[in-house]
Structures are given as structure tokens and as C-alpha cells.
Design a protein. Structure first.
Ligand code: GDP
Ligand code: MG
Length: 303
């Protein structure tokens, strides 16, 4: 299956719930008028886009209709697609991993898909011939380490771990030492996702950050927050909260395949300023896609 078809399949639920609704509204009108705009707005609000994103889209749409003199409801499809693409685009949307090693820290609350996404990202790099090591810095549950081991093996990546309950920052340190000694291209560190104690989380992330800066000064770094699309507005809240306690460089939005709430992709960037860099569309190793706003908008809103 090509990337576009895969994305379309992953977005089926979202598309069926929100964007088919838009399609039928557009078909039921013969010209663009206030009533049409109100119906569109209602669909966006009741989807999981939330208020700020809905208002932004409607504002842009009104401006476009005026400036381009749109009259035909059929033209709204293309306009919406363009507006959404622009909302999701970012000049830093591609992972920056030019230095050797480059370090990716993966954070987020439990169950969102961190470990799974790390396995998938590792596989993406190993398939490009890069040498990858993953660090099991989620040391709170032994199960977390063994799950990461399974993924590392599938991906053909090395793993560095310590006993359950070890200091996560010391695992990061060990992983960086391993990467330097073994000439690795990419370091990816799993972390435990505890948001209930902000101070603690912030301290821990800062400690890891300091170790990375000390051990690999000037290296390319990504701090990726993983959020689960099925949780809709909750995922957005997590993105907002995490972006307050740490510097995020990107978001991984998982479980689009199991969710009708994929519309939050449009809201994330607007509300946090952080671009979505990957989307998860399934549980298999190749079910993670680098995020392409234009392709995404096209898969969501088709003619
Ligand atoms: P963590 O606690 O954040 O490390 O989350 P895990 O990586 O353990 O994932 C939790 C569950 O979500 C697992 O059952 C994964 O298979 C599942 N999962 C992760 N990403 C996706 C995805 O993109 N689609 C689907 N359907 N399931 C996913
Ligand atoms: Mg995990």
C-alpha cells in the first residue's frame, strides 16, 4: 500500500465522522451563504477540533471566500484543504538529525504509544542504514524495559538498560556513552510519562537535558511529545501542559486509525506552536508516517 492510501485508511474514522458531514452540507447548498457557513462551523465545533481551531478555520475561510470571490459551495473543499494545510505546516517539520549522534527524547503520559513509536522511529532509521541505540529510561516498570527490548530487536537497534527503579538520567548517560563508543547515528530515549507531579517531571527532563548537552555538546536534538488521538481534547490538554514544562520540538500523534478525532491535528500546532512530526496509523512497525500536512489535508477532505 502506498503512503497516501495508508494514511487514508488510517483516517477513515475521522473522515467518516467529520468530513463526510462537510461534504454533504456542501452538496446541499447551491451557493455560499451565511446559513452554509453556520452549518460548517457547527460541524467543526462538534468534531474534536475545539473552539480556537474552528474559529481560525472559519475566519480564514471567510477571508478566502471574499478575496477569491468564491460563490460555488464546491470551491469550499479546496479552500478548506488549503487552510488546514497552512495551519499544520512548519519549517521545522522534518526531524533534525544531522549530527552523529543525534538525540531524540520521547515523552508523554502512560499508554499514549511512546514505546511503540520509538520502535517504529528506530526501524525507520535502521532501514536507512543508520545505526540506532534506544535507551530504556522508563525505569519505573520492568515491563516497560522488556517491551522496548522487543521493539529494539524488531527494529534492528541496540538497547541500553539498567535495573528497574534506576535513575532515568543515568540510563540516558549510559545510552550516550554507548552511542559514542559504538559510533551510533541516532539515540532514542524512552521516558516514564508522569505528569501528576509537574515539578518532578520538569526536574527529571532538565536533568536528562543537561546530561545530553554535557555528553554530546551541540548535537541535534528532538524532544518529541507523544499524544493519543483517541483521547481528543485530552491530548490537546497534554500538549499544552507539557509544552509549559519543557521545550518540545515536535509531536507524535498516535492511534489515528482507532479514532474519529483526527481533526485535533489541525488544533495542536495552533494551540501549542509545536508541529506534528509523525502520525501513528496502526500497531505494526511500519505504521508510523512522517507528517505531511498537504497529504493529510488531501486524505481528509477529498473532492
Ligand atoms: P507507552 O505507555 O506510551 O509507552 O505506550 P505503548 O507504546 O506501550 O502503547 C500503548 C498501546 O497503544 C499499545 O497497545 C500499542 O500497540 C498501541 N498503539 C501505539 N500506537 C498506536 C497506533 O498508532 N495505532 C494503534 N491502533 N495502536 C497504537
Ligand atoms: Mg512505554
Amino acid at each position: 500500500m502506498g503512503l497516501f492510501d495508508k494514511l487514508k485508511k488510517g483516517l477513515k474514522k475521522t473522515k467518516d465522522s467529520i468530513f463526510s458531514g462537510i461534504g454533504s452540507v456542501l452538496k446541499s447548498f447551491t451557493r455560499i451563504d451565511e446559513e452554509l457557513m453556520e452549518e460548517l462551523e457547527e460541524i467543526l465545533i462538534t468534531s474534536d477540533l475545539g473552539m480556537p481551531a474552528t474559529e481560525h478555520i472559519m475566519g480564514e475561510l471567510r477571508a478566502k471566500i471574499k478575496s477569491e470571490g468564491l460563490k460555488d459551495p464546491a470551491d469550499v473543499t479546496g479552500a478548506l484543504r488549503q487552510i488546514m494545510t497552512e495551519m499544520m505546516e512548519d519549517e521545522h517539520i522534518a526531524l533534525k538529525t544531522d549530527t552523529k549522534p543525534s538525540v531524540i527524547l520521547v515523552i508523554g503520559v502512560n499508554g499514549v504509544g511512546k514505546t511503540t513509536s520509538i520502535g517504529k522511529i528506530a526501524a525507520m532509521f535502521t532501514s536507512q542504514g543508520k545505526k540506532v541505540v534506544v535507551g530504556a529510561a522508563d525505569t519505573f516498570r520492568a515491563a516497560a524495559v522488556s517491551q522496548l527490548e522487543i521493539w529494539a530487536e524488531r527494529a534492528g537497534a541496540a538497547i541500553v538498560k539498567r535495573a528497574e527503579g534506576s535513575d532515568p538520567a543515568s540510563v540516558v548517560f549510559d545510552t550516550l556513552s554507548y552511542a559514542k563508543a559504538n559510533n551510533c547515528d541516532i539515540v532514542i530515549c524512552d521516558t516514564a510519562g508522569r505528569l501528576h507531579n509537574k515539578k518532578n517531571l520538569m526536574d527529571e527532563l532538565e536533568k536528562m537535558s543537561r546530561i545530553i548537552e554535557r555528553e554530546c555538546p551541540g548535537c541535534d536534538r528532538e524532544n518529541l511529545l507523544v499524544i493519543d488521538a483517541t483521547t481528543g481534547q485530552n491530548a490537546l490538554i497534554q500538549a499544552r501542559e507539557f509544552s509549559k514544562v519543557t521545550h518540545l520540538t515536535g509531536i507524535v500523534l498516535t492511534k489515528l486509525d482507532g479514532s474519529a478525532k483526527g481533526g485535533i491535528v489541525c488544533a495542536v500546532k495552533l494551540e501549542t506552536g509545536v508541529p506534528v512530526k509523525f502520525v501513528g496509523v496502526g500497531e505494526q512497525i511500519d505504521d508510523l508516517m512522517p507528517f505531511d500536512p498537504e497529504m493529510f489535508a488531501k486524505a481528509l477532505i477529498e473532492e
